[in-house]
Design a protein around this ligand. Structure first.
Ligand code: NAP
Length: 496
């Protein structure tokens, strides 16, 4: 097990202290108590970047204790102090964007420009919640009885456990940690096995910003150890909330386990987004919106269109123009400026994508570009599949890769029925120039996020989250603080 860093990565950073391989607990960098480590791999090269702490329940308990102690004083800080520290953190994230992007692209595989885009996007949440901290206020209620004053206070829920996926290693963290801290909560964080280094770099920047010890704690763990470590938080009565982004399967498990201690939950779960292209749309806009929504991060995003419904009248033209664009996309080294799609995250991802493409062919799909198999390593050329249908696995499961299946529809009613024909409800998109249709379709779609003639929908000012099996809770926007606060009603009587 390696405790050094990949030499190329380490030497490319202006601020080498951003690379860390120990847990960050109570303001200190600590090995796992067991001293166990696991390797973080570069998905583009298959080489190890470094070994990081393979934490277990003991490390999780230490992190939670540290967060609990820090909560005593952090909850009493003024909104100005919290906002100021968040502002400093935001400034440092922006200042060190190039370094963080190198770390992120190395462990996650997304092209360098996309890593920078994600960092700017994640930083926007830190800035936004610094501003939201300044706007925290309660209410004075109307008098219902003479001589009585009734007020509502908003108080932080307490220690929050933050569990994040590998596809957006920085943005998912920022979207959770920033509102938690703004509200006055402290956090224990478990990033995904594949992408711990970006999270540790964020902890380093928080340390540099001057957050008190224990306010942010980060532990890393391999997939095998994760459930053991997180279980310690699920059992801990002082951990009051779980904020989770990841698969619906793990979300359900956490909800069941958190029920015993009645923790608050925010669950940002899987998706199976439909993208509907009506006959009256601007086809160029629809194609560029589709490419932006679908192929960002190589198709490994929760909001990326998984099923593309195209009106019968424009099906062939749309397919042929789409294929021209998709076949020209460059797949390769994330550090090459020309690259548009980097490697997939790991072998498990490649296996699922391969299965979906092979299964689609077996069920009557026609490959218009791309192939059934991955290239060497974790690289997968984007695939457009015509004649997609409901028998295919990709109809009901997230592919999480660069696969674009084209379903044909004949009526608006049919398109809406099919779009909603899924247990998920995270994002939906449609393209049309008919205003009455926009009104009808947006009301009929079952999704927490709806893009109308727009493929890139996420923003710090907007509430992000799903309905149905895509979970509950909202991140971002002025609603995003609510999940980290509890309302306390105070009734003062006999006031004369
Ligand atoms: P995942 O397997 O559910 O993992 C997410 C996180 O949960 C990781 O940190 C993982 O750790 C941890 N985890 C796994 N098993 C656990 C357990 N038994 N107890 C506690 N924690 C556990 O999901 P993923 O494959 O990383 O991410 C892809 C999924 O996330 C997709 O379904 C995608 O749609 C969804 N997603 C949703 C949103 C949204 O905002 N709704 C955003 C991004 C992604 P390990 O890495 O160590 O296994």
């Amino acid at each position: 097990m390696s405790d050094t860093f990949d030499i190329d990565l380490a030497s490319s950073l202006r601020e080498p202290t951003l690379l860390n391989h120990r847990n960050y607990i109570n303001g200190q960098w600590k090995k796992a108590v067991s001293t166990d480590t696991y390797e973080v791999m570069n998905p583009a090269t298959g080489q190890s970047i470094t070994g990081v702490a393979n934490s277990d329940a003991i490390d999780a308990v230490h992190a939670a204790r540290s967060a609990r102690q820090a909560f005593n004083s952090w909850q009493r800080t003024t909104h100005r102090e919290r906002a100021s520290l968040l502002e400093k953190w935001h400034g440092l994230i922006e200042q060190h964007m190039d370094d963080i992007a190198c770390i992120m692209s190395s462990e996650q595989g997304k092209p360098l420009a996309e890593s920078k885009g994600e960092i700017a996007y994640g930083a926007s949440y830190v800035k936004w919640f610094a501003q939201m901290a300044m706007q925290l206020r309660g209410d004075i209620l109307p008098d219902s009885v003479p001589g009585r004053q009734q007020t509502v206070e908003k108080r932080p829920v307490g220690v929050v456990a933050v569990i994040t996926p590998w596809n957006f290693p920085l943005a998912m963290l920022a979207r959770k940690i920033a509102p938690a801290l703004a509200a006055g909560c402290t956090v224990v964080v478990k990033p995904a096995e594949d992408t711990p280094l970006t999270a540790l770099a964020m902890a380093k920047l928080a340390d540099m910003a001057g957050f008190p010890p224990g306010v942010i704690n980060v532990i890393t763990a391999s997939r095998e150890q994760t459930a053991i470590a997180v279980d310690a938080w699920l059992k801990d009565v002082h951990v009051k909330k779980i904020s989770f982004t990841g698969s619906t399967q793990v979300g359900r498990y956490l909800a069941e386990r958190a029920a015993t201690s009645l923790k608050k939950l925010s669950l940002e779960l899987g998706g199976n987004a439909p993208f509907i292209v009506f006959e009256d749309c601007d086809i160029d806009a629809a194609i560029s919106g589709l490419l932006a929504a679908k192929l960002r991060n190589g198709g490994q995003t929760c909001v990326c269109p998984n099923r593309i419904y195209v009106a019968n009248g424009i099906y062939d033209e749309f397919a042929s123009r789409l294929v021209d664009k998709v076949a020209a996309m460059k797949v390769g080294d994330p550090f090459d400026e020309a690259t548009q799609i980097g490697p997939m995250i790991n072998q498990k991802a490649i296996d699922k994508i391969t299965h979906h493409v092979q299964d689609a062919e077996e069920n009557g799909g026609i490959l218009l570009c791309g192939s059934t198999n991955a290239r060497e390593g974790f690289f997968f050329e984007p695939v457009v599949i015509a004649d997609a249908n409901n028998k295919m696995a990709l109809f009901s499961e997230e592919t999480f890769g660069p696969v674009l299946p084209l379903f044909r529809f004949h009526t608006e009613h049919e398109a809406i029925e099919e779009a909603n024909n899924t247990e998920y409800g995270l994002a939906s998109y449609f393209y049309t120039q008919d205003h009455q249709r926009i009104h009808r379709v947006k009301r009929a779609l079952q999704a927490g996020v709806i893009g109308v003639n727009e493929g890139a929908v996420a923003s710090e000012v907007a509430p992000f989250g799903g309905v149905k099996a895509s979970g509950y809770g909202r991140e971002g926007s002025h609603y995003g603080l609510d999940d980290f606060l509890q309302l306390i009603y105070v009734c003062e009587g006999n006031l004369g």
